[in-house]
Design a protein. Structure first.
Length: 255
């Protein structure tokens, strides 16, 4: 069931979104060759503590997971698409990193993700990351009153497929509010004009995920959390929490 948010609730979600934006910016600044993913998680925890915010990631256990998630960020490197556990792996020159993070503040949740390269970037990785953000922008542009969920999905999928990238089936965006995952699901590929109509007060986490080789296949890692490309190619992930309003889409997780 979709929960429409009042304008006051959207303002409260914006405050949670600001924390997420600051968290991601701080983690991005801290990410460097030789830094362990666990250390980036500690940086993120400090941002949350300073803001008086909690983490919707820490301890989260969906049906597919063997254990509760142990971090406040998902840190996915190179062939990891999403849900990477921030452990002892240290970043190397040229690594492609995706950081997904959330914050809970005043009972409301924000959720966002960025991808970037540590050190010297491969041209192919730069293009992949740029396309992920272009797909996100296209999805947000389609998130207007009167459109449908399929219009967002189609906008994202068109950017990804036109650029020659793969899309992991079954994973995409979602509604968000008091909980991190609410209805409706927001696929990263679909037919325009289909699906639930978009209404003022809907809040969505829009999050394209791209596979560099153009193949869609992926598999879970042995940790039961991390999703990896089946052919070892690199992946990128971009996400914003977006409110649907009569005045147009409003990004709640921007700085």
């Amino acid at each position: 069931m979709v929960q429409l948010k009042t304008d006051t609730s959207i303002e409260a979600m914006r405050e949670a979104g600001r924390v997420v934006a600051q968290l991601l910016a701080t983690v991005r600044e801290a990410a460097a060759v030789g830094v362990a993913l666990r250390e980036l998680d500690e940086v993120a925890r400090e941002v949350l503590r300073a803001a008086g915010a909690g983490s919707p990631f820490l301890g989260y256990k969906p049906h597919f997971a063997p254990t509760p998630f142990p971090g406040v960020i998902c840190a996915s490197v190179n062939d990891a698409i999403v849900h990477g556990i921030p452990g002892d792996q240290r970043l190397r020159d040229g690594d492609l990193v995706s950081i997904d993070a959330g914050a809970t503040l005043g009972g409301w949740v924000g959720d966002s993700a960025i991808s970037f390269t540590v050190g010297r970037a491969r041209p192919a990785d730069t293009r992949l990351v740029e396309t992920a953000f272009q797909a996100l922008e296209a999805g947000i542009a389609a998130a207007v009153v009167g459109n449908r969920i399929g219009d967002i999905a189609h906008a994202i999928g068109t950017v990804c497929r036109t650029a020659g990238y793969g899309i992991p089936e079954g994973f995409g965006g979602h509604g968000i509010g008091r909980s991190m995952h609410e209805d409706p699901a927001v696929p990263n590929e679909g037919r325009p004009g289909r699906g639930m109509p978009l209404r003022h007060g809907m809040v969505l986490a829009i999050e394209p995920m791209l596979i560099g080789s153009g193949q869609d296949a992926f598999h879970p890692d042995r940790d039961g959390w991390t999703l990896r490309t089946s052919d070892g190619s690199r992946a990128a992930h971009a996400e914003h929490t977006v409110a649907i309003t009569d005045a147009g889409p409003r990004i709640l997780t921007a700085l």
